[in-house]
Design a protein around this ligand. Sequence first.
Ligand code: SF4
Ligand code: SF4
Length: 476
Amino acid sequence: MKNVREQVSQAASRGIYFNTGNGPSIQPIDIGHKDYIGLVDPEIAFWSLIRKDRLSEALDPDGPFMKQVQAQRAQFGEEMRRLRFGLKPTAVYFNPTDRCNLNCTYCYIPEDMRREGVTMEPARLLEALGILREFFKPVLPEVVKPQIVFHGAEPMLAREAIFAGMDQYKDDFRFGVQTNGSLLDAEAIEFLTSRGIGIGLSLDSSIAEVADRTRQTWGGSSVYSKVCEVLEQLRGYPNYNVICTVTAQNMESLNSVVDFYHDHQVPVCMLNPVRCTRQGARDIKPKDEELVPYYLAALDRTEELYKKTGRKLVVANFANVLVGIVAPTARRLMCDISPCGGGRCFFAVSASGDLFPCSEFVGVEEFKGGNLFEGKIEAALDTPAFQMVTGRKVEDIEPCARCAVRHFCGSPCPAEAHEMNGGMDQPGAFCELYEQQARYALRLIADGRESAFLWDGWDKETSTDLNITAISDPGC
Ligand code: SF4
Ligand code: SF4
């Protein structure tokens, strides 16, 4: 299949004028700024902020803006092509158990799996890590350690197995664990922090009653206080993050979530709009236009706190959109790029060893590419099941194909497109939220405020190194 950059135009146009013939398509976008407007060449994610009173100068085909576009088009196009089609897997979301001790209303894993599914025995898990190590050896340079993120359901239900794996394969992988936090006792915290393991927790509110609306045990008990205790115990630990899944039930208190995380010295958080793959999630999906004001106010609040205290709380999923604009190859998460990272930058392993493009598809038979113990991983990555995800491109999706911010948004998420909107050629659940995040990001850049929202050292990272133990990707 040819991607857009490989297609050769037969048109005689020399491409010296924009928006006609073979010239670049330049789209103006309103960013909601009093002085600036955005001009974007969406195909290569090239953009510039132009003073509104100098727009006609910028649109002059012989002017400096157009010259810059023409001079850098090939390089930007190649960078984008590599990012979109040239990466290899560097990470695995490893679900050591199908089961969970909680019954979150929006969970994307089928209920019967979470209640009665299998859990890997320690020996089986060690065998699985051995297979993964062999797979990565020829794929990655020796200096790059692949990442294994033990993911949910609830990986701490397989504590003995994952801790054995972390110790036996400590020289082969960088490890992380994405957990609901309710099973982390002092001994487990000591084990993980003394080894520098990345820890991702989930907590949806600073208010117990709000947090309990979505995250409780099967019997309806709260785990809010327990997770807060863990937050307290992790104070000062640099390698952890907290995910807040944003729904109609907590969006109004997002500012207090930000305050709460910042008070607890959480270094990185994610404000992830709920993944709408299942009905339980769709029932509490906020409307974009209702969510956006709360969402952007929460981002504003992180900047206020930074100014007041000198300490950042990075909202990683927004920071990723921002860095995708400023320096696309420094992205850390791979949801807001098309095709997304599922099946090409990482893949997921279920507790039975089944291989899926991303955790979001675990349990959906149609997306199973094979089994870790029964066939080659390379073959699974090449199956139609995986290609449905790795071949999903914004160019094939309406209205994304003509959207100026399509390469800052990536039209996530294929799992939502498939489960909620009826097919891979459909957009996901939160188009307007992404539109608004891109506009907000460009406003920050226009005002020189962007560094308050980015992790320290973002500009030193030149490779697309998927650091998902520091910042976990698919929401849980
Ligand atoms: S969560 Fe969705 S958008 Fe993100 S990597 Fe997985 S399938 Fe892709
Ligand atoms: S989902 Fe919306 S914002 Fe994202 S690329 Fe598609 S049209 Fe653009």
